[in-house]
Design a protein around this ligand. Structure first.
Ligand SMILES: Cc1ncc(COP(=O)(O)O)c(C=O)c1O
Length: 406
């Protein structure tokens, strides 16, 4: 048996490598053109407008509104559906925190269901029990690029008169039964953060087929302006810059190619780790009717079969000089923000007089999500990685797990 580097063996890689996106000459010339024009903002430029149009076409929706980041896009999505003080939104506890803080940002209350282990997405069967007279929406996340079970979620939403918001931050190009995510629910929100499947550095996009949501979102991201210096609603300055818009336009032209590269890396992980599946690990099982875009590759460790905990496995992988992460080390409600329930201060929004309900963030609320947070190892599929990088990463994980097997 091979000895892991952390136990005195030889590391899989001599040196640790970092991965960053690289940009084409076309992308650089678009950004340079925006810069040279001196028109750096939405009102004077044309790049963000073009990026919005092209993005809407790509997702297959009528409208898209660009934002400064994905969190702003999610906040805009929540606000544009009229969700606010006293309202509850049911969501997944196993996601990046912004999924839930975007609900808090508009004074509404996140209520957590649990996840299915197959996809690590919100389990539709855990939604209905959480619905109250205050519930306004279901906020699903297509985690890691794996589309959530939209048919069942839409059915529940229809039966109970709820909106559906899609957090597509990790799922640009993902499809559910042939439809791109972001156009299936009432409104979608995307992120173009540096590590995302396509990037504008920071950046985001709201997508919708609804004219009313679009009209609100357009004002919301622009200081609530209905016309020049005429502010109809409470808005923010969430406008994307032209430099971001120019880069986004270029990245969008090759997003399918970028996604293919991620899929190639995921295939290496699947092939290399197959032998451990169902024993030492649980690998993602892609349903035949979805297109997964592999923003990350999530592996659940079977801790009962290992002599060490997940954090030791992570340390051991670092010692092998390969990149591995944990997304996410705790479920959202385990964070102090939710345990202390301090948002805007003075108890708001949880103690807001308009909120007559009581929400619980107690331990054990979502046992599967808590289990996933304790046992997940996240393998990267980053732009800048090649198949050799993926082979070494998978080899390192295999070596470490076989050594620590009980
Ligand atoms: C699932 C999810 N939701 C929301 C966000 C927020 O996006 P951003 O970082 O662009 O604000 C992210 C990004 O990290 C995410 O992964």
């Amino acid at each position: 048996m091979e000895i892991p580097a952390i136990e005195g063996g030889k590391p899989v890689r001599e040196k640790f490598k970092e991965y960053y996106p690289t940009f084409t000459e076309r992308e650089k010339s678009l950004v340079l053109d925006a810069l040279s024009s001196g028109r750096l903002v939405y009102s004077s430029g044309s790049y963000v407008k073009r990026f919005e149009e092209e993005f809407a076409r790509y997702v297959g929706v009528r409208h898209a509104v660009a934002t400064i980041n994905g969190t702003a896009a999610l906040h805009t999505a929540v606000a544009s559906l009229g969700i606010g003080p006293g309202d509850e939104v049911i969501t997944t506890p196993f996601s990046f925190v912004a999924t839930a803080t975007a609900i808090l940002h508009h004074n509404a209350i996140p209520v957590f269901g649990d996840i299915e282990l197959e996809s690590l997405n919100l389990d539709p069967e855990t939604i209905v029990d959480k619905i109250t007279s205050r519930t306004k929406a279901i906020l699903v996340v297509h985690l890691a690029g794996y589309p959530a079970e939209m048919d069942e979620i839409l059915k529940i939403a229809r039966e109970h008169g709820l909106y559906v918001i899609e957090d597509c931050a990790q799922a640009i190009g993902s499809e559910y039964r042939g439809r791109k995510v972001g156009g299936i629910g009432d409104v979608g929100a995307f992120s173009f953060y540096q590590t995302k499947n396509m990037t504008t550095g920071e950046g985001g996009m709201v997508t919708t087929n609804r004219d009313d949501v679009y009209a609100y979102a357009r004002m919301f991201v622009d200081q609530g302006q209905e016309a020049k210096y005429y502010h109809s609603i409470l808005g923010w300055n969430y406008r994307m810059t032209e430099l971001q818009g120019a880069l986004g336009l270029g990245q969008l032209e090759r997003v399918d190619q970028l996604n293919e590269n991620r899929a190639r890396i995921a295939k290496v992980y699947l092939d290399e780790l197959q032998g451990l599946d169902g024993d030492l690990v649980l690998l993602p099982k892609v349903r035949p009717y979805v297109k997964h875009t592999w923003h990350i590759f999530q592996v659940l460790l079977n801790l009962e079969k290992l002599r060490v905990d997940r954090d030791r496995v992570l340390e051991a992988l670092r010692a092998e000089n390969v990149l591995a992460l944990v997304a996410y080390p705790r479920v959202i409600y385990e964070n102090p923000l939710f345990q202390r329930m301090i948002g805007y201060g003075k108890g708001c929004p949880w103690k807001c007089p308009f909120y007559g309900g009581s929400v619980s963030y107690r331990k054990g609320l979502a046992p599967k999500a808590e289990m996933a947070a304790r046992s997940v190892i996240t393998l990267p599929t980053l732009a800048g990685m090649d198949e050799e990088d993926a082979i070494d990463t998978a080899k390192a994980l295999k070596k470490v797990l076989l050594y620590y097997k009980r």
